[in-house]
Design a protein around this ligand. Sequence first.
Ligand code: ADQ
Length: 479
Amino acid sequence: MPAAGTADLVIVANRLPVDRVTLADGSPGWRTSPGGLVTAIEPVLRANDGVWVGWPGGTEQDLQPFEFDGLSLVPMTMSAEEVKDFYEGFSNGTLWPLYHDVVAKPEFHREWWDAYVGVNQRFAEKAAELASEGATVWVHDYQLQLVPQILRSLRPDLRIGFYLHIPFPPAELFQQLPWRRQILEGLLGADLVGFQMNGGAQNFVRLVRQRVGHKTHRDLVYLPDGRTVKAAAFPISIDAKGFEELARSEQVEKRAETIRDALGSPRKVFLGVDRLDYTKGIYARLRAFSELIIDGHFDVEDAVFVQVATPSREQVEQYRILRDEIDRLVGHINGDLGRIGRPAISYLHSSYPREEMAALYRAADIMVVTPYRDGMNLVAKEYVATRYEDDGALVLSEFAGAADELRQAWLVNPYDINGMKTALLEAYAADERERGRRMKAMRKTVLQHDVAAWADAFLLELAAARGAHGKTVRPAKRS
Ligand code: ADQ
């Protein structure tokens, strides 16, 4: 564990890349949490004597920095009140819906905001304490948008990057936020602000010009103190080769066969894999599928829909309501359309290891990814990576970041149930050549632009950040 002031790279994210578990002997231990971010960042972290600052989940208080699997991890504690106000409240009750097209109504509460400021302050102070002179600090995601500015004021010597994993909304929505200006100024503490899509970067620059009054030119913001901030898109990706290798393994191939057998060997398996979240469009997609059976396009002997929906953020009311709604819909559809041993929808709440995810992708003929809004959507890319025989079909929402790159998917508007029905049916009926043509092109994209390329691109751009632009720029206007 590097001593204070010695880390040349500090990753600051809401979550640590490990989860708390109880070991066989009953003592508390850690387990790597599955996720692409750690795969991407691990090699850079190792190469740079880096540390990762984040919350391990829960409210345990006396946690010390520790090494896990060769990574230096610095756990941040959170009180029960902070979990409620900062995490469930401002992060997931205000920012998450606001940044996802207001699919659910964001709530604005002053005590949530106060908790957000407090937690961001603590994370920034910890990063300031650990970073060496002139170090690079990479801050992640919507929970920590004030960290760059606080950190900059504590440690002007640092090179600070920020990456937003979710969409950055258009001005028309963002300006509802009572603390819009503070958030924009928080992000402007970074030298480089990264987004999933060009649209997000443009929304940000426009808002900075309109709401903070700074001079901007294309993707650059000129600050009165002489600094320049760049806003650019870095579409995130997955460990594509790793997923493909997994998919090619005998164990996964066998497991995929077992899954198909267990489903009653229908001709076609449709698959959805999502966190149980209202942005993911699960309800409308299951309705579209069930209507295709009702309309007589296929039967439960021909096709089954496997929907994996991992419960998340269960303390937030909107998530509990959604879970009830989908439970009821699935019960309804299976009650009306299923036969003994043949449900129309196979609905699962479990969380699986990577091997099982790969087997599910291998077992699926048609992957259905229909969020109302999604920063990227890694599931779509993971499916593509596992289809090494250039087969399988992807039905993908136009409103997922992934749609920018995966143009050869069957693209749909997730609000248009009839349009989704048409796309599902086309993907179901497409011949081998058509599926192969589309998948081949998508695989090329995903294998070329993997998560390592993403991390390298961001860090290279950050290293090249212009910093001081040498001009004194006066604010044009303030709101
Ligand atoms: P998420 O909203 O969580 O991520 P997504 O990009 O699809 O959405 O990533 C989910 C990840 O969890 C995938 O790697 C998937 O394999 C895994 N996963 C899902 N269900 C699982 C299960 N039951 N068991 C095991 N693993 C499961 C946020 C943004 C996205 C953005 C990512 C990364 O909302 O838009 O793509 O961050 O930036």
